[in-house]
Design a protein around this ligand. Structure first.
Ligand code: BG6
Length: 515
């Protein structure tokens, strides 16, 4: 299928004096036999190769515990490309060239001898592919291993400081820690050997086209910004809904739950992009300063957590046309688990722009559909010069940013129903990415890996950013952890969360959007 090549140039760099180019480099993936590498990273690297966006001097080294031989890892690459829904154009010649440059080192993450072998491989392939000593380590392992890996890389002489003619960068996956204390510790461990501008904390939501478009919508148009504040906005609703369950990841999810998996990172990223002040430029420092200011301005959650936060866990039910088990009956989940699979929150951003405007955020597994959306609900017109009988149905104006799927933007407003009498109804004005641009989006990982190769940290988290998000969320985690009397399950798979979640917003005289 012919598709338009995907333009992966970071739009935020445009207008700056120079755009950065990708330098020669080696990409070393820790956790190379894991699920993320297979589902996301290998297809993303192939897509970059296919779009001719990788530097000519480039190679991949996979590192993991499994004692695979090189050909088996290359077969994994080929299989990942063959089966991934993210791959847009299958080109055997590109894949063969990439496979030739893909190598594998098996070893223990804690064993210094393994790092010596890795170092020997890096030196050998570095010469072979003329990668100039530039290194990117993608650490796609559980967070508990990050600190040790970086220390061992340092001890092996692989995590040196950047110099004028070579760089060393580390990409670390989320969740970054499991609470404020562990995130601080992790930051300290990484920053003991690396400087902040060598660390790329990934949140793949920031790599999504529609998420970046929040900024374009707000800051490239003159008409939205004047009304983007407490005078005109009644409230904001953010939903990250998934119909999937935990997909065999019981061990991971038991440790994580919806708050650590989605709210602390993806959902708060969306909130900060909606609420941030316009930066003067999209320089990584300024952009991240503004984003972090929003998280720091969110009112701390009061001791009475239940007044602004609701937790839920799904029971058995019916989703996507099939019967599905309760969370507690999933593999590797405790029968009395209190891990939340649903969370609903009411936040306030205490600053001049947003004082007293609630931001309602909800996310859950096993909801009726997969959908991420941000809805800006505007205040109603101050006075309606129409009779009640003339108004069939008129909700306040809503600007809905559809992050996924069916990516687009909808503006809802009142219109006259055609006919001899005055009747009014709400209608939608719609923009769809697919129809307008007619091409498939690059996966977020492509954009983010490429940005790392360019040394552009704009779309990555900074240490103070992750810590601010944990500081906000920590009291909720502790309160829920210490109160084991959650009446779980409290929503059926296939429902929009527990009744308490409806009560949370209805107490304020508002309702969740019907989606
Ligand atoms: C990941 C979570 O970060 O995001 C998963 O660990 C979740 O549990 C996924 O399913 C959702 O990502 P997306 O891009 O499909 O919305």
């Amino acid at each position: 299928m012919a598709t338009t090549p995907v333009d992966l140039v970071n739009p935020f760099r445009e207008g700056l004096k120079t755009d950065r180019a990708t330098a020669p480099c080696q990409l070393v993936i820790f956790g190379a036999s894991g699920d993320l590498t297979n589902r996301k990273l290998l297809p993303a690297i192939y897509n970059l190769a296919q779009a001719d966006l990788l530097p000519p001097s480039f190679s991949v080294i996979g590192f993991a515990r499994d004692s695979l031989d090189e050909n088996t890892f290359r077969d994994k690459l080929k299989n990942a490309v063959a089966t991934s829904g993210d791959v847009r154009v299958k080109d055997d010649a590109v894949l063969a060239r990439l496979a030739e440059r893909t190598h594998y080192v098996g070893g223990d993450f804690h064993d210094p001898a393994s790092y010596d072998r890795l170092k020997a491989a890096i030196e050998q392939y570095g010469k072979q592919y003329a990668t100039g000593g530039n290194l990117i380590f993608y650490i796609a392992t559980p967070a508990s291993l990050f600190g040790d890996i970086v220390e061992k890389l340092h001890d092996a002489g692989l995590a040196a400081a950047d110099s004028a003619d070579r760089f060393v960068r580390i990409i670390v996956e989320k969740p970054f820690g499991r609470d404020l204390a562990s995130a601080k510790l992790l930051n300290a461990e990484l920053l003991k050997y690396l400087s902040e501008d060598q660390v790329y904390r990934i949140d793949h939501y920031l790599g999504k086209e529609t998420v970046q478009n929040i900024l374009v919508l707000r800051f490239a148009n003159g008409i939205f910004e004047p009304i983007w504040n407490r005078r005109y906005v009644d409230h904001v609703q953010i939903i990250v809904a998934e119909s999937l369950g935990i997909e065999g990841r019981g061990n991971f999810y038991e440790e994580t739950g919806v708050v650590r998996d989605i709210i602390q990172n993806h959902a708060l990223q969306l909130l900060s992009l909606v609420a941030m002040e316009p930066p003067t430029t999209f320089d990584a420092r300024e952009f991240r300063d503004e984003k972090i200011r929003v998280i720091e301005a969110i009112r701390p959650i009061s001791a009475d957590v239940s007044s602004s936060c609701v937790r839920g866990q799904y029971g058995a039910g019916f989703v996507d046309g099939e019967d599905v088990p309760a969370y507690r009956d999933e593999q590797n989940v405790a029968k009395d688990s209190i891990t939340p699979t649903y969370g609903a929150f009411r936040f306030f951003v205490d600053n001049w722009r947003w004082a007293d405007v609630p931001f309602y955020v909800r996310s859950g597994k096993r909801l009726p559909k997969r959908l991420t959306e941000i809805a800006i609900q505007f205040k109603r017109a101050p006075h309606l010069p129409f009779r009640k009988s003339q108004v069939d149905e008129l909700s306040g104006n809503v600007l809905a940013l559809r992050i996924q799927p069916d990516e687009g933007i909808t503006l809802r407003f009142g219109a006259k129903v055609p006919g001899p009498s005055m009747r009014i109804r709400s209608v939608n004005m719609d923009f769809g990415y697919g129809e307008t641009f007619g091409r498939e989006d690059a996966s977020p990982y492509e954009r983010l890996i490429l940005d790392c190769m360019k040394g552009d940290q704009t779309l990555f988290d900074r240490s103070d950013g992750v810590e601010a998000a944990w500081a906000l969320i920590d009291p909720v985690l502790s309160a829920w952890q210490s109160d084991r009397n959650a009446a779980f399950p409290n929503y059926a798979a296939g429902a929009w969360g527990p009744a308490e979640s409806d009560a949370l917003i209805e107490r304020d005289g508002r309702q969740w959007r019907r989606l």
